[in-house]
Design a protein around this ligand. Structure first.
Ligand code: NAD
Length: 491
């Protein structure tokens, strides 16, 4: 085949890139143009097994027992090297996702070294629990918990923030002394392989970081989660796949961390600074073309300022600039794939059937030229829907939100919490007490007031309900990626 790209994205196993097999490969597609830009070697069950075996050997070879100072030094070198190769990572992320270069530079790639340094710092500063135990007969004992690496961790990540979400898990897993086998999304394979180059150069021993490429069912994702010798699975992706992963791992009773989807709400009270709230809402609805698990898809607005906020949001949506990912003026990229665009468009259609008033957008977009074949879509806002509509209950994962008026605080809280998901929420208000009160009443893992996506990596991150199980971040990560052995000594 002459028109296949010559660039290969390769698996990385036992400290070396694996020679690609042209008979087991798929295209890496640039969603901005719709064109294949590389071939990806799909790992078969045998290669996944080799990756898990090498990860286990690496633990026995000493990574798990290396002094913490040595381990975190490798992580810090990796952070420096990512910064040295910053533009390589940006280019890889752009090729896979078509996201705007300004976002890739300021968010996606910028967070990778931050992830490595933050977890290096946390592990270096971590202590251990200990208790002096006093018995009724006057005896005493001391209890202390030694935290040990959990072992071989399977890391499965989605396509929306590929490098950011990957390093969010790889950094704490490695800092805690585990080895990992990572399975990036089939839609965004590039940066996981690039990270292998960096980690090797940083001095990570062979077998500690492995990458297997492929899909879910009957492919690398399933081979990895079904493998009998993985010790834990950390998964970020859709609720449906998360459920499946949990069932797969359940018979072997392995720990699972699930960071899943959302149907996130924002509440806007009429005491806000309208301009600030509109800017914040626009960011939380349209960042990354709405493809962030934390993005707002439902906005409840106090009736007295409903029209004003709606007008502001429509005006801001009109200013979003879809275009060449490499153009610093571009604000908004394509959806990740034509398949995902068909899904989002089906929700656009459903919204009309469910009685939505389309305030802006509602169809495909075509920035023209080279981008005509990409998965472009219009930023879209709806009014006239209630929480009964399926489009107000199911995660769409696109640049879209339904805007709904409310009258009282109680009503707003009830509307926002009326969902099976529970990932994130935002409350916009200038009333201090109300901000605290409503934020605390949200049934979510992450409750923001007057901001969105402001993250402190030491804070717990995760969701409730269909949005996941467990927390990562800070101590939660250190707990997930280690197993305690409690030692009790009679004094
Ligand atoms: P997805 O569930 O389709 O895929 C996620 C990953 O799982 C991919 O690597 C995929 O190949 C793999 N996979 C699929 N089927 C599998 C199987 N049977 N066994 C093992 N692995 C399998 O999700 P997606 O479409 O890639 O990502 C979008 C979803 O991710 C959205 O629902 C979004 O909300 C969610 N997300 C959540 C968070 C969070 O932190 N809570 C962050 C980002 C994205």
């Amino acid at each position: 085949m002459t028109d296949q790209p010559s660039l290969w994205i390769r698996n990385y196993v036992d400290g070396a890139f694996v020679a690609p097999d042209a008979d087991h490969a798929f295209d890496a597609v640039d969603p901005a143009t719709g064109r294949a830009y590389a071939r990806v070697h799909e790992a078969d069950a045998d290669l996944v097994d080799r990756a898990v075996t090498s990860a286990r050997r690496a633990l026995a070879d000493g990574w798990a027992t290396r002094p913490v100072a040595d381990r975190v030094a490798v992580l810090r070198r990796a952070a420096d090297l990512i910064e040295e190769r910053f533009e390589d990572f940006v280019a890889a992320e752009l090729a896979d996702t078509g996201k705007p270069v300004t976002q890739a530079r300021s968010l996606d790639v910028a967070r990778a070294p931050v992830n490595f340094r933050a977890f290096a710092d946390m592990v270096a500063a971590d202590g251990q629990e200990s208790f002096l135990t006093e018995l009724a007969d006057g005896g005493r004992a001391v209890n202390y918990a030694i935290r040990k690496p959990i072992g071989v961790v399977a890391i499965i990540v989605p396509w929306n923030l590929p490098l950011l979400l990957l390093t969010w898990k790889v950094a704490p897993a490695l800092a805690c002394g585990n080895s990992v086998v990572v399975k990036p999304s089939e839609d965004t394979p590039a940066t996981a392989s690039l990270l292998a180059e960096v980690l090797e150069q940083a001095g990570l021993p062979r077998g500690v970081y492995n990458v297997v490429h492929g899909f879910g069912a009957d492919s690398a994702g399933a081979y990895l989660t079904e493998h009998p010798h993985i010790d834990a699975v950390t998964f970020t992706g859709s609720s449906a796949t998360g459920t499946h992963v949990m069932k797969t791992v359940a018979p072997r009773v392995r720990p699972v961390s699930l960071e899943l989807g959302g149907k996130n709400a924002a509440i806007v009270f009429d005491d806000v600074d309208v301009e600030e709230a509109v800017a914040g809402l626009s960011k939380s609805i349209f960042t990354n073309t709405g493809q962030v698990c934390l993005c707002t898809e439902r906005v409840y607005i106090q009736r007295t300022i409903f029209d004003e906020i709606v007008a502001g949001l429509v005006e801001t949506a009109a200013k979003l600039r879809l275009g060449e990912p490499t153009d610093p003026a571009t604000t908004t990229g394509p959806l990740i794939s034509d398949k995902h665009r068909r899904k989002v468009l089906s929700y656009f259609e459903l919204a009309r059937e469910e009685g939505a008033r389309v305030l802006c957008g509602g169809g495909v977009a075509d920035p023209g030229g080279d981008l005509a074949g990409g998965s472009w879509i219009e930023p879209t806002l709806w009014a006239g829907l209630t929480n009964d509509a399926r489009v107000m209950r199911e995660e769409i994962f696109g640049p879209v939100a339904g805007l709904v008026p409310f009258d009282t605080e109680e009503e707003a809280i009830a509307l926002a919490n009326d969902t099976e998901y529970g990932l994130a929420s935002v409350v916009w208000t200038n009333d201090l007490r109300r901000g605290h009160r409503v934020a605390a009443a949200m049934n979510v893992g992450l409750s923001w007031v007057n901001t969105w996506y402001l993250r402190d990596l030491r804070a717990p991150f995760g969701g409730v309900g269909l949005s996941g199980i467990g927390r990562e971040g800070g101590q939660s990560s250190l707990h997930f990626y280690t197993e305690p052995t409690n030692v009790c000594i009679s004094l």
